[in-house]
Design a protein around this ligand. Structure first.
Ligand code: SF4
Ligand code: SF4
Length: 187
């Protein structure tokens, strides 16, 4: 499958699998998704104090050249939980498919884990020690919530959606979340 097909297949599977979760599991996912959003926003608020958006706009998004596999099942599950409209990736160029005319198409609190926690020296070098401390505490919280998702589903999620889709759905005929069609754990 080409990337565009993997994306479409993965998104459809995630919607289906999320819809099939038991009410208890879904409640927990909704709670964790809110924690992901809160921690990502807290991380972004720290870099906003040094005008990271302006610095990144001047730089032109050097670190966004290769983001194709940064978007994970968990990042997309947050969209799913909120019924939020997804971005439209472009797989017809060499840059990150989620990069738009004005930078990342995803709002900071929805950006992939790998992207939201990364700062180059141009940004980090301007942050005051107290701000850095807040940043690393929020990163620690975010990492812990991703860990909770992995415990909940008994599965690692740090590979990108396209990789997970190809490996689990296409090659193994399994599911993205590691659940059976009845919303229970696959073995
Ligand atoms: S984090 Fe650094 S490398 Fe990445 S876009 Fe911003 S200024 Fe550029
Ligand atoms: S997903 Fe967004 S922040 Fe991450 S590399 Fe792509 S454009 Fe950059």
């Amino acid at each position: 499958m080409i990337d565009e097909e993997l994306w479409r297949t993965g998104i459809a599977a995630l919607a289906r699998e999320y819809g099939a979760l038991s009410p208890t599991l879904r409640e927990r996912v909704v709670d964790l998704a809110a924690q992901v959003r809160e921690a990502k926003q807290a991380i972004h608020d720290c870099v906003a104090t040094v005008n990271a958006c302006g610095i990144c706009a001047d730089c032109g998004g050097e670190c966004c050249a290769r983001g194709k596999n940064h978007v994970t099942v968990i990042d997309l599950l947050v969209y799913q939980v909120e019924g939020r409209e997804l971005v439209s990736p472009r797989f017809d160029h060499d840059l990150c498919p989620y990069l738009g005319e004005n930078g990342c198409q995803m709002a900071p609190s929805y950006r992939p884990f790998t992207c939201i926690i990364f700062n180059c020296d141009r940004v980090e070098g301007l942050m005051a020690p107290a701000e850095k401390d807040r940043f690393y505490k929020a990163e620690h919280r975010l990492r812990a919530v991703y860990g909770e998702f992995e415990k909940l589903f008994g599965k690692r999620f740090m590979a990108g959606l396209l990789i997970t889709c190809e490996r689990d759905l296409v090659r193994q005929g399994a599911t993205l979340l590691g659940m059976g069609s009845s919303g229970t754990k696959e073995n």
